[in-house]
Design a protein around this ligand. Structure first.
Ligand code: EPS
Length: 384
């Protein structure tokens, strides 16, 4: 059984839901495995008013008993605490309500293409699902994936490396210990001086009624070698990670390891030479491959970067066209964030975690956690 997840839920509907299927029975889960990441997703300098309304926590509806998975679909629900403010009219579930349609699409959002595709002149029918609020459910699924990976020594961290013009200088790859205080940084940046500049960039964008994007990096420490496969393009982990990252709202580019820089340097500088000693086994002194060769993990940390475009809801809106009248008018204003890159980094962790957990289950299978443990132990012995 492959490991999969599906989310459901609208931004201002009753709740967000994640259904995770294909987990082995007997995996121990703690509330914090999921709720701590949900809380981390809500943080970051530059978030809007909504985060003051919500306190994202899951209620488990199926698949868990006495803190252990049953092997059945795991359903997690995150209520939208804002829903009661919308349930009477704009987001009433059953009763028709007399609400004016929003006919002004925002440039950069799913609005216009969604209205054309799904045949509606009310932008709300599109934006409610396109909203990045949905990522709360993905983070819940990612929290479960992380708990599974942690059991086998894989730890996932993230940090923000650019907000608008302010970027950390490319230096040594951070170690696991370097991430200790990253959640205390208002922008989840490892360099406190750069964090101040990033905060200033967000503040300046806000003062200009504008928004700002950035770049974050996700690192997996201790990946088991041999996850993914070279044998078909759609099984290469690079491609699967790219899909998962680019499937996050507002993500426009992904790099693995040295990424686009590899187009500038020569082969002799681009690859990670292979060494061996009794203590470390096979190892590398560099990690330009970002832990992946031939679409497979090779044991070095997995390093994935992604760029998030500036949020497309502007409080000084860009030009648009009213779909009801075809008149040129400014796009609709909506409550939003100035910058959500620190939150996107947490969502990126979840995306990477789920892909890696899928590759783990694909390789080792097992209906129970004991069967999975045994298969991984055998593999480790074989590697030794
Ligand atoms: C978000 C909730 C949303 C937005 C944001 C992310 O809440 P609301 O629309 O009620 O303010 O803050 O969504 C978007 C950036 C977007 O474009 O829709 C969240 O929970 O992360």
């Amino acid at each position: 059984m492959a490991l999969t997840y599906r989310t459901a839920g609208e931004s201002h509907g009753p709740a967000l839901i994640a259904v995770v299927e294909g987990l082995p029975a007997g995996l121990e889960l703690r509330r914090e495995d999921v709720d701590d990441d949900l809380a981390r997703r809500q943080l970051g300098y530059g978030r809007g008013g909504r985060m003051k309304i919500e306190t994202d926590r899951v209620t488990v509806k199926s698949g868990l008993r006495h803190g252990r998975t049953l092997g059945s679909p795991l359903t997690m629900e995150i209520p939208n605490l804002d829903f009661p403010n919308w349930s009477e009219d704009r987001m009433a579930v059953w009763d028709p309500a007399d609400v004016d349609p929003i006919t002004l699409p925002r440039p950069g959002h799913a609005d216009l293409a969604g209205m054309q595709k799904y045949e509606t002149t009310d932008r709300r029918n599109i934006l409610e699902r396109a909203s990045a609020r949905e990522t709360a459910a993905r983070v819940a699924a990612g929290g479960v994936a992380k708990a599974l990976l942690r059991r086998y020594g894989m730890e996932i961290r993230s940090h923000v490396v650019r907000i608008g013009p302010s970027a950390v200088v490319d230096g040594a790859e951070p170690s696991l210990e370097d991430f200790e205080g990253v959640d205390e940084s208002p922008v989840r940046c490892l360099d406190p001086e750069m964090a101040k500049k990033m905060v200033a960039a967000i503040k300046a964008a806000g003062q200009d009624h504008d928004t700002v994007g950035g770049v974050f990096e996700v690192i997996v420490f201790g990946p088991l070698p041999g996850l993914g496969s070279h044998v078909s393009g759609d099984r290469r982990l690079d491609g699967l990670l790219g899909q998962a990252m680019l499937g996050i709202q507002a993500i426009k580019g992904v790099e693995i390891g040295a990424g686009f820089e590899l187009g500038r340097i020569r082969g002799s500088e681009a690859h990670d030479e292979i060494f061996y000693d009794d203590e470390q086994g096979y190892h590398r002194r560099t990690n330009r491959s970002g832990g992946l060769e031939g679409g497979m993990t090779h044991g070095a940390p997995l390093v994935v970067k992604a760029v998030m475009k500036p949020i497309s809801t502007l409080s000084r809106p860009l030009a648009s066209v009213d779909v009801a009248t075809k008149e040129e008018r400014a796009a609709f204003k909506e409550r939003s964030d100035i910058c959500a890159v620190p939150a996107a980094a947490v969502i990126g962790e979840a995306a990477v975690a789920f892909v890696l957990a899928q590759a783990l289950i694909e390789k080792f299978g097992g209906d129970s956690i004991a069967q999975l443990d045994a298969a991984i132990d055998r593999y480790r012995d074989q590697l030794d």
